[in-house]
Design a protein around this ligand. Structure first.
Ligand SMILES: NC(=O)c1ccc[n+]([C@@H]2O[C@H](COP(=O)([O-])OP(=O)(O)OC[C@H]3O[C@@H](n4cnc5c(N)ncnc54)[C@H](O)[C@@H]3O)[C@@H](O)[C@H]2O)c1
Length: 423
């Protein structure tokens, strides 16, 4: 056993450089217990099914959906995520990323799970997943596309996404993680090239490659579903411009269009369906990277903490997702999700975020924000945000003894169901 005591994280602003292995394990176990309580009995329609989840390894939407589906009755989850093992460099220990320990904890509870640590955008990873499905005689019932990445390499070209607006520049008041103060954020418009590069990274091209590969290889069961995760947020101009009407939103609109065309094919070929899920804003590695999103989510947490509305964390959304896809629905006819589609055919899991009860105070906090000291409500929101943020790395988890030695390099290889594809 390789043990080490890690009392405090090494951090650089919003970059936490060291995860806490035991904190990650405890958090994963708590999530499993929460999901178990949400599904006291398996959902009949989920039983025996297999999901492939791309982007399953961090404390974000992918792992939450994985845990929820498993507890709802799925037999097997196959996950893909970009995680590197712990290493020894220059006589120093490099702790693995949080997702490595989260995956270890998942595999301990679910020994039949298979996870690929590899680049989801590479042909090598896709081919290996499909070859293994062939070799095991397995087919999948559900593909969840939950990858969030800053860059993508395909056919030896690399594209980087731009977190910029489209059209005119935008000045907003954001929240500074370190100082806890409001500060001006200036967002430049993305060029046509940057918009296209963002689309290549976060648009639907990669989803289409995976869907086509699975269909051509005959690795999907009748009724096969594809769910790609997205965000639209409130109809509130600055926020719309930052996300849905910005460069990232253009990519998300492309994934929407890809999903729609896949839907037509799946219906015809397998009696299946493909749709986008509009998920709510939550604290994850992906959301903190988006300018001014920190302020919006911190204010959201504060408003809910003050007794208004509700905040669904990724696990609550994962549980809602499993109920929507495989629960009986209000009319008791199964396929609850069909009753939850909006006019564009998107599954709406973001209702709690968007209700006017929550949005009215949130908008007020945006509109009155001035650079400098923040209102007590926003300060409280930042405190809540920071705790959730630290937990993404296994820190500030209640009940964990951070002075105690923790095993940072337990075995996690083929025997445990994990395939390492990163050199
Ligand atoms: N966080 C939010 O507020 C929010 C809201 C709505 C929708 N979403 C969407 O949910 C999806 C998941 O985002 P998240 O917030 O859970 O983020 P996250 O950062 O927690 O998860 C991203 C996942 O992608 C994986 N990944 C990144 N690059 C990869 C690569 N090259 N190969 C393999 N795996 C790779 C990571 O390992 C991780 O498992 C995204 O589509 C995002 O747009 C997020």
């Amino acid at each position: 056993m390789s043990v080490l005591s890690l009392a405090t994280p090494r951090a650089r602003g919003l970059m936490i450089l060291t995860a806490h292995p035991e904190g990650c394990r405890v958090l994963t176990q708590r999530q499993i217990e929460r999901a178990r309580a949400a599904f006291p009995a398996p959902l009949a329609a989920a039983e025996g099914k297999t999901a492939l989840i791309l982007g399953s390894t961090t404390f974000g939407y992918g792992s939450s959906i994985a845990i929820s589906l498993k507890e709802a009755g799925f037999t097997k989850i196959i996950g893909v995520g970009y995680e590197t093992p712990p290493a020894f460099r220059d006589q120093k220990v490099a702790i693995a990323p949080a997702g490595w320990y989260l995956t270890e904890a998942l595999h301990r509870t679910y020994p039949e799970q298979r996870t690929y640590f590899g680049d989801a955008f590479s042909d090598e990873t896709r081919d290996r997943v499909i070859d293994d499905l062939h070799a095991a005689g397995e087919r999948i019932d559900l593909l969840v596309y939950s990858v969030a990445a800053p860059r993508r390499t395909h056919l030896e070209e690399t594209w980087t996404s731009a977190l910029k607006v489209v059209g005119e520049p935008l000045d907003v008041v954001g929240l500074d993680f370190k100082s806890g103060e409001h500060k001006e954020v200036h967002l430049e418009p993305a060029s046509e090239i940057e918009i296209e590069h963002t689309r290549r990274v976060m648009g639907g091209d990669d989803l289409a490659l995976w869907a086509n590969a699975l269909l051509y290889a005959d690795r999907a069961h009748p009724g096969f579903k594809i769910a790609s995760l997205s965000y639209i947020g409130p109809d509130f101009e600055p926020l719309r411009r930052i996300y849905w009407d910005g460069a990232l939103g253009a990519a998300k609109k492309h994934i929407d269009a890809t999903t729609r065309s896949l839907d037509a094919r799946l219906q015809k070929r397998l009696g299946g369906s493909a749709f986008t899920c509009m998920n709510p804003a939550v604290v994850t590695g992906a959301s903190v990277a988006i300018p001014a999103m920190l302020k919006y989510i911190a204010d959201y947490l504060a408003v809910v903490d003050s007794g208004i509305g509700a905040y669904d964390d990724p696990l609550a959304v994962g549980i809602g997702f499993a109920h929507a896809l495989y629960g009986a629905g209000e009319k008791g006819q199964g396929e609850a999700w069909r009753e939850m589609l909006d006019e564009e055919g998107r599954l709406r899991l973001d209702a709690n975020e968007l209700v006017p009860e929550t949005q009215t105070p949130l908008r007020e906090l945006w509109e009155t924000a001035q650079p400098g000291a923040v209102a007590p409500l926003t300060a409280r929101g930042l405190e809540l945000f920071k705790k959730e943020f630290m937990q993404l790395y296994g820190w500030e988890v209640d009940g964990v003894d951070y002075e105690a030695a923790t095993d940072f390099a337990p075995p996690l290889g083929e025997k445990e169901g994990v395939v390492h594809l990163i050199e």
